[in-house]
Ligand binder design. Structure first.
Ligand code: AHR
Length: 657
C-alpha cells in the first residue's frame, strides 16, 4: 500500500514537472461560438459608501454646506464661538422649506469685530495651483445692514492662497457667485469666510467647486475619479447601491424623487454608513444628493454604460431594523418605480419626463433595466417583488427587472429565494459574494451547472475578502485580485447565463472609508487603481462578442494545476482574445492552437498583470506597483507560444483578417 502511494506520488510529480518543462497545448475552437457576450457583461456598482459620493466623486469641497447635519455647525469653526453677540445662530424655517430648513444667521456688531466661519471640507480640501474655484452662497442681507464677505482659501499652513470679495445686496434670498484662483496646491486646504461691517446676514448653501470637473460641468464630478470609470469601458452603472437603497430604517431609505430638481431643495439625510460599523464611525457622513438620480443617469450616458437603478421595495436593511411596509401600503413604493421609468424614458410631456428635460436632458436616458430591492431575503421579499413585477410589466413590458437573492451565495435563504424567483420566471437574479480568495478559485465552475433556460444572473456585488467579510483588515492584495480573475473566467465561460457583473464597493477615500476592500482608492487630490481594478479593466476592455471553447486535454480549463482560461472572439474587431490565469508558483510554457480561424495575423499582443508577492498592493505613493505590462508575441501559423508567469493573469489578443 505504502509502495503504491509512493509510486502514485512520483507519477504525479513527474507529470507536473513535465507540464512545467514541456509546453502544454491549449486548443481554441474559434469557429464554435457557444454564447453571445452581453454588452453589460462587465459593469460598475456605485454606492455612496467610503465617501464615494459626498467627499469623493461629487466635487463639492464644503462639508455641511446647508447646516443640515445632526449637529448644524459640524464642519464649521466659528469665531467668536458660542451664541455670543457678534456670532452665528442656526435658524429653522421648516414650515416654509422642509427640504432645507436650516440656515445660519451671522450678526456682526461692529466693524472691528468681524465674524469668521472656517470649513475644512472632507478631511481637508484638495486644491490645485492655477486652478479656478467657483464659490457660491445663498444670502439675505437684513435691511439697514452692511456686511461684506471676504472669501479666502487657506493652505494647511493657514496662508492665503486665493481670495474674493462679495457684497450681498438684497434683503431677499439670492444666490451669489464669485470665482478665484488658487496660488498653491494643497490637499488639506480650507475655506475661510470673514464677515465684516455691521448688521445681520443670513446664509445658506455655502459651496466651493473646482472648475475642472468632469466635462467642466458646474457643480459636477471629480474628473480624475470619473476618468478611472471611463477607462474601464463599463457595460452598465448600477446605482445608488447597495444597502443605501434600503436604509437603516425606512425613514432613511433612498428616495430618488428627493434627489432631483434644484440642488438647494434636495432633502439631505444621514448616510447609512455613518454609524454602521463601530470600528469605523463616520459621524460627519451625510448624503446631500448633489449626486442624485439625474446625475447618475448622466454619468451612465457619459460612460457609455446602461443605467441600472435599484429601487427600495418596501423593506429596510434586514441586517438593521428590517422594517417592512405593510402589503396594503406598498403602492407609493411601486409608484416610485413607475415614475422613475417615466423620469428616465418618458416624453417631455409627461410629469417626470418634463422634469428630466428641465434639468437638461430632453432626450430619454433609454433605461432598460430596473432593480427591485437590494439584498433582501425571505418570503417578505418575494411577496413584495411579485407586486412590483406585476405593476412594472403591466405598464412597461420592455423593462427588464432585476431581482435579488440576498446577501449570501448559498444557504437556506439563498436557496429559498432562487427557487421562488425561478418559479416566477424572474428575468435576472442578482447574486452577492463577499468570500475568501479560495472561494473564488473554487467557484470558477459555479455557473457551469446553471440552467441555460432559467433566469439570467447578475453577479452584482463581489470581492475577495482577505481576512473576513467587511473586516477593516482586508487588503486589496494581489492574491485577492488573482482569485477574482480566476473566478471571472468562469463568469465569462458562462456568458450564456451570466449577463451582468460588478465588483463592490467601487470607491474609498483613504481617510474616510468604512468598508474594505474597494476597487479604487483616493485622497483629496490623487487616485489609484487596485490590482483588482486592473483585473476588472482588462476583462472589460477585452470583452469580445462571443465565447468560444478553450481546452486543455479536451476539457474546459477551470483550475487544472492552477490554470484557468477562457477565450472569446470579437466579431467587430476581428480578434481572438485569451484570458489565462496561472495560479501556480511555477512558470508555465503553453502553446495555444487557434482552430477554425482563417487569416490569422503573425503579430499578437500580450498583456500580463502579476506580482511576485501575493500580498503586494498598489497605493497612492506607488500606484503602478501592479500594473498591466504589454508586449508582442509572434505566431507561427495558427500557433502561439506563451510563457505564463507564476501567479499571473495573461491576456493575449490575436488579430485575423
Ligand atoms: O458593498 C457594500 C455592501 O455590501 C452593500 O451595500 C450591500 O449590498 C452589501 O451587503
Amino acid at each position: 500500500m505504502k509502495k503504491q502511494l509512493i509510486l502514485i506520488s512520483i507519477f504525479l510529480m513527474c507529470n507536473m514537472l513535465a507540464n512545467i518543462l514541456v509546453a502544454q497545448k491549449l486548443v481554441v475552437k474559434a469557429n464554435e461560438p457557444v454564447a453571445e457576450i452581453q454588452p453589460t457583461m462587465w459593469g460598475l456598482f456605485f454606492e455612496d459608501i467610503n465617501f464615494a459620493a459626498d467627499g469623493g466623486i461629487y466635487a463639492e469641497l464644503v462639508k455641511n454646506r446647508s447646516f443640515e447635519f445632526y449637529k448644524p455647525l459640524m464642519g464649521w469653526e466659528v469665531t467668536p464661538g458660542g451664541n455670543y453677540e457678534g456670532s452665528v445662530l442656526v435658524l429653522n424655517r421648516e414650515e416654509m422649506l422642509s427640504s432645507n430648513p436650516r440656515y445660519a444667521r451671522v450678526t456682526v456688531v461692529d466693524n472691528d469685530k468681524p465674524v469668521t466661519m472656517k470649513n475644512s471640507g472632507f478631511r481637508g480640501m484638495g486644491v490645485k495651483q492655477g486652478l479656478q474655484y467657483n464659490f457660491s452662497i445663498w444670502a439675505r442681507q437684513e435691511a439697514g445692514s452692511s456686511i461684506k464677505l471676504n472669501i479666502e482659501l487657506q493652505n494647511s499652513a493657514n496662508e492665503n492662497i486665493g481670495k474674493a470679495i462679495l457684497i450681498p445686496v438684497s434683503d431677499e434670498w439670492t444666490k451669489y457667485e464669485v470665482s478665484f484662483t488658487s496660488s498653491k496646491t494643497d490637499s488639506k486646504a480650507s475655506l475661510v469666510l470673514t464677515f465684516e461691517g455691521k448688521g445681520i446676514l443670513d446664509v445658506d448653501m455655502i459651496s466651493l467647486f473646482p472648475a475642472d470637473t468632469w466635462k467642466n460641468r458646474p457643480g459636477g464630478l471629480r474628473a480624475d475619479l470619473v476618468q478611472m470609470l471611463y477607462d474601464m469601458k463599463p457595460g452598465f452603472l448600477r446605482f445608488p447601491g447597495g444597502c443605501i437603497v434600503e436604509g437603516h430604517d425606512l425613514s432613511v431609505r433612498y428616495q430618488w424623487k428627493k434627489t432631483v430638481g434644484n440642488v438647494e431643495e434636495r432633502e439631505m439625510i444621514v448616510n447609512r454608513w455613518n454609524n454602521e460599523f463601530s470600528h469605523r464611525l463616520t459621524p460627519d457622513y451625510y448624503q446631500t444628493f448633489g449626486l442624485g438620480f439625474y446625475e447618475y443617469f448622466l454619468l451612465s450616458r457619459d460612460l457609455g454604460a446602461e443605467p441600472l437603478p435599484i429601487i427600495n421595495c418596501g423593506m429596510a436593511c434586514q441586517f438593521n431594523t428590517g422594517e417592512l411596509v405593510p402589503m396594503d401600503q406598498l403602492e407609493p413604493y411601486i409608484q416610485d418605480a413607475l415614475d422613475l421609468i417615466e423620469f428616465a424614458n418618458g416624453s417631455i410631456d409627461t410629469k417626470w419626463g418634463k422634469l428630466r428635460a428641465e434639468m437638461g436632458s430632453p432626450e430619454s436616458f433609454n433605461m432598460k433595466f430596473i432593480g427591485v430591492g437590494n439584498e433582501q431575503w425571505g418570503p417578505q421579499y418575494i411577496e413584495r417583488y411579485i407586486e412590483f413585477e406585476k405593476a412594472i410589466k403591466a405598464k412597461y413590458p420592455e423593462i427588464i427587472i432585476v431581482s435579488g437573492s440576498g446577501p449570501f451565495p448559498d444557504g437556506e435563504d439563498f436557496e429559498f429565494g432562487m427557487k421562488a424567483l425561478k418559479e416566477l420566471n424572474a428575468e435576472i437574479i442578482d447574486e452577492h459574494y463577499y468570500r475568501p480568495p479560495q472561494w473564488f478559485f473554487d467557484n470558477a465552475t459555479r455557473y457551469d451547472s446553471y440552467d441555460r433556460h432559467g433566469p439570467k444572473i447578475f453577479a452584482g456585488e463581489y470581492a475577495a475578502q482577505s481576512v473576513a467579510i467587511a473586516s477593516p483588515n482586508n487588503r486589496n492584495s494581489w492574491l485577492t485580485a488573482l482569485s477574482e480573475a480566476a473566478f471571472m473566467t468562469g463568469l465569462e465561460r458562462n456568458a450564456e447565463v451570466v449577463h451582468l457583473t460588478s465588483y463592490a464597493p467601487l470607491f474609498a477615500h483613504v481617510e474616510g472609508w468604512q468598508w474594505t476592500p474597494d476597487l479604487i482608492w483616493f485622497d483629496n487630490l490623487r487616485v489609484y487603481g487596485t490590482p483588482n481594478y486592473y483585473v476588472q479593466k482588462l476583462f472589460a476592455n477585452h470583452r469580445g462578442s462571443h465565447v468560444v471553447p478553450i481546452l486543455l486535454n479536451g476539457q474546459a480549463i477551470t483550475g487544472q494545476e492552477g490554470l484557468y482560461a477562457t477565450a472569446v472572439i470579437d466579431k467587430s474587431t476581428n480578434e481572438v482574445i485569451l484570458k489565462i490565469v496561472n495560479n501556480s508558483e511555477s512558470a508555465r510554457k503553453t502553446s495555444v492552437q487557434i482552430n477554425g480561424m482563417k487569416g490569422i495575423l503573425p503579430n499578437a499582443k500580450k498583456i500580463v498583470l502579476k506580482a511576485d508577492d501575493l500580498n503586494a498592493e498598489n497605493s497612492l505613493d506607488n500606484p503602478g506597483n501592479i500594473y498591466p505590462a504589454e508586449s508582442q508575441l509572434k505566431l507561427k501559423g495558427n500557433l502561439v507560444s506563451a510563457d505564463l508567469d507564476p501567479m499571473s493573469l495573461t491576456i493575449i489578443v490575436i488579430k485575423h483578417k
